[in-house]
Design a protein around this ligand. Structure first.
Ligand SMILES: C[S@@+](CC[C@H](N)C(=O)[O-])C[C@H]1O[C@@H](n2cnc3c(N)ncnc32)[C@H](O)[C@@H]1O
Length: 321
């Protein structure tokens, strides 16, 4: 598993994402993960269309000022979470769009800047907040109960030594607060069984887990997918690039249910009315698409990327109540 995916300056699987979205003149598109603007620029360069680009990271939004100028009148950049895309777009007067791209995970700008606290390779403040708000990684590591920490590291890091690591964290913080990425990485490395023989840094999975928890990343994916169902016009395309199995599992499951592969079960509907699935999406291809060998050679950081693409049908979105 690639625990802390990041990206070169080349946007990951951009050719495949463009094929999926098929940007057309006059079309309206959402880039839910603006980052360095690779997808946004590519969409805007492909057709005379409009893009609404969202990022929760204020640095990404500030960094897009030049793009807003370059694509004057065609690009709107918004600071926010893609989980709120329906509300965000509605505030912009947009009720339906023709395509949505989500490129999940961390940007190279975030991971390469030690001050953002994502990296176990370069020491920095233990932060990891993409949106620069809410609880930081340091808050979590210093305040959560040992059991809670162990569960997070196990569930979101798929780390089998989670209990051991959580215990080591709690032992250290009883003496001194854990406020640097280097401190946390060393705690994990020093407690890890068999770590020295592994090619992967033993801190990898623990850092992934804490990052996912701090940013509520998996909840955001679910909310983003539901938002996409609401805002995509019939025939509109959704393209999601994931970087590890926890992310991809959520996308896969959502599309499986919403493409009618398993029946919809609503406790508000009589069983008799639930005679069959009502697809809200059709799968453009079954399974995932991987980057080409040429791309992984050029940009090794792309190697764990997986793309799923689906097309919205005209069935109204599923309501929660
Ligand atoms: C992998 S990067 C995107 C790179 C981008 N496709 C490009 O070509 O430059 C992911 C970006 O998504 C942002 N992000 C992650 N989760 C988010 C969420 N729930 N809402 C909005 N932005 C999010 C991160 O802050 C980061 O900037």
């Amino acid at each position: 598993m690639n625990a802390l995916p990041a990206f070169g300056h080349e946007p990951v699987m951009i050719d495949e994402v463009l094929v999926a979205l098929q940007p057309r003149d006059g079309g309206r598109y959402v880039d839910g993960t603006l980052g360095a603007g690779g997808y946004t620029s590519a969409i805007l360069d492909t057709a005379d269309c409009r893009v609404w680009a969202i990022d929760r990271d204020p640095d990404a939004v500030a960094g897009a000022a030049e793009l807003v100028e370059k694509y004057a009148g065609r690009l709107t950049v918004i600071e926010g979470r893609f989980g709120n895309m329906a509300e965000i777009l509605s505030r912009q007067g947009i009720e339906a769009v023709d395509g949505i791209a989500l490129d999940l995970g961390v940007s190279s700008m975030q991971i390469d800047d030690p001050d953002r606290g994502f990296s176990f390779r370069n020491d920095g403040p233990l932060d990891m907040r993409q949106g620069k708000d809410g609880l930081s990684a340091s808050d979590l590591v210093n305040e959560a109960d040992e059991d809670v920490l162990a569960d997070i590291i196990f569930k979101y890091g798929e780390e089998r030594q989670a209990r051991r690591i959580a215990r080591a964290i709690v032992n250290v913080r009883a003496e001194t607060p854990i406020v640097r990425t280097g401190q946390l990485a060393d705690i994990v490395r020093n407690t890890y069984r068999g770590g020295r023989s592994s090619k992967t840094d033993p801190a990898t999975k623990t850092f992934q887990a804490i990052r996912i928890q701090v940013n509520e990343e998996l909840d955001e994916i679910e909310r983003g997918l539901r938002g996409a169902e609401i805002v995509l016009a019939p025939g509109g395309r959704l393209a999601v690039v994931s970087f590890h199995s926890l992310e991809d599992r959520i996308v896969k499951e959502f599309l499986r249910i919403h493409s009618g592969e398993v029946p919809t079960v609503s406790r508000h509907m009589p069983a008799a009315a639930q005679t069959g699935p009502t697809p809200r999406f059709t799968l453009v291809r079954r399974g995932t698409q991987k980057p080409t060998d040429a791309e992984t050679k050029r940009n090794p950081r792309s190697r764990s990327a997986r793309l799923r693409v689906a097309e919205r049908t005209s069935t109204p979105p599923m309501t929660e109540d």
